[in-house]
Design a binder for this molecule. Structure first.
Ligand SMILES: Cc1ncc(COP(=O)(O)O)c(C=O)c1O
Length: 413
């Protein structure tokens, strides 16, 4: 099934001149094409639509969470600690701190780095709005940079021009689970003596050059929202090798409490951003299935790659050396296609689809505050926001369902 993709002629030419469709897909196909058809046997469908996403929560996961509920020990405890240890080991960093959301994770990372008023943080113009909101929350200024149209990730070529004396950090996003050109981002940051905060909200399990997303920056943040590859309902994680930073995050997530001179005290003003222990218990077993889940997602991505042949639909690109976590399967529609009509067409076939992320400077708050000329300054982010389409992707989908989505998409127009 997969080899036919590698030999078939490309029906669509990518607009970044980096090669044919076969070349773009070759890296993940070659390494992951033998994926076993993993299926969740005890996931219950609650509606008849093929959903954009649905978490792969097993009855045994629910039982683990219920066991914690029965103990009455509900706040952050041993299951959260176990989850943190597991994630830190998996990502290859010294420590992980679990928090109540991916947004809380990013917020705490900025606070722990003492980034605030007068500081600038470089962020991609195309992402979930939380990426820039957290910069606003600490009183700093987000400086937007356009994305690469083929990968939907920040364009490193344009980062340097956005750096100013006020720049404190670059916050690249591994968009939709694809590691960005993080090595180049780290190189630029090092040259300019600024910090890298990886927004890895969608990217647990993604890697670049064999190294895990989340292990490149000074600090990185994951989300455990239900649309992510593993979930605790709401939740997030901050990871870092910097012990001072993780100690700060530990205190800040828990009202500012920490040990000073052998005594616990409220040493600073903090938040309640803790993850509950039953949420930790829910997420923990999902970590043990993560690799199998990622392999299955890659298999589904290959099914899309094989079956989507609509001439006006561009598939996502994966460059050599990158492992995509396929949190989202995001395609780009040609400008002559009305995305809303495609969404309606798919919905009529029982398929949920929708926009993948936002062009942040185009959102009301940012438009009012910064009044940027979005279509001129961020043409790729603008286009991805208006013509991008997220298709169903989850471990709870079957190969047949994904092939059906592709066939219905092909019939559009
Ligand atoms: C790139 C990115 N950053 C941050 C977040 C925020 O994560 P959460 O929803 O867990 O707060 C998300 C969530 O979708 C995201 O996609």
């Amino acid at each position: 099934m997969v080899s036919s993709v590698l030999t078939r002629r490309a029906p669509h030419v990518f607009n970044d001149a980096t090669g044919s469709r076969e070349e773009q897909f070759a890296p993940f196909m070659r390494t992951q094409s033998a994926a076993p058809a993993l299926r969740s046997l005890d996931v219950v469908r609650v509606d008849s639509m093929i959903p954009l996403s649905r978490p792969n929560i097993l009855e045994s996961d629910i039982e683990r969470a219920c066991e914690v509920l029965r103990t009455g020990q509900l706040v952050q405890g041993q299951h959260v600690r176990l989850l943190e240890e597991h994630v830190a080991q998996y990502v290859g960093v010294a420590e992980a701190k679990a928090v109540s959301s991916g947004t809380a994770a990013l917020h705490l990372a900025l606070l722990a780095l003492d980034i605030g008023p007068g500081d600038e943080v470089i962020v991609p113009a195309f992402s979930f709005v939380a990426t820039a909101n957290v910069v606003e929350l600490v009183g700093a200024t987000p400086v937007f940079v356009d994305i690469d149209a083929a990968t939907f990730n920040i364009d490193p070529e344009q980062i340097e021009a956005a750096i100013s004396p006020q720049t404190r950090a670059i916050m690249p996003v591994h968009q939709f689970g694809l590691a960005c050109d993080i090595e180049r981002v780290v190189g630029i940051a090092t040259r300019h003596n600024v910090t890298v905060i990886e927004d890895a909200a969608c990217a647990i399990g993604a890697s670049s050059g064999g190294r895990m997303a989340g292990s490149f920056g000074t600090v990185a943040c994951f989300s455990l929202h239900p649309r992510k590859v593993i979930t605790s309902g709401e939740g997030g994680l901050v990871v870092s090798n910097d012990a001072t930073l993780t100690a700060s995050i530990d205190a800040l997530r828990n009202h500012g409490i920490e040990e000073l001179n052998g005594t616990k005290t409220f040493s600073r003003v903090g938040y309640n951003y803790r993850l509950t222990d039953f949420q930790g218990a829910l997420a923990l077993p999902q970590m043990t299935r993560l690799e199998a889940g990622l392999t299955y997602r890659a298999h589904l991505a290959n099914v899309y790659a094989e079956h989507v042949v609509h001439p006006s639909v561009a598939l996502p690109s994966v460059r050599a050396g990158k492992r995509h976590a396929w949190q989202t399967f995001h395609v780009l529609l040609d400008d002559d296609i009305e995305r809303a009509h495609v969404i309606d067409h798919l919905r009529a076939s029982g398929i949920q689809a929708g926009p993948g992320a936002q062009c942040i400077p185009e959102q009301h708050y940012y438009r009012e505050k910064y009044a940027l000329d979005v279509a001129v300054q961020f043409p790729n982010a603008h286009r991805a926001y208006h013509q991008g389409l997220a298709l169903p992707m989850a471990e709870t989908l079957t190969v047949e369902e994904v092939a059906y989505v592709a066939s219905r998409l092909n019939e559009y127009g």
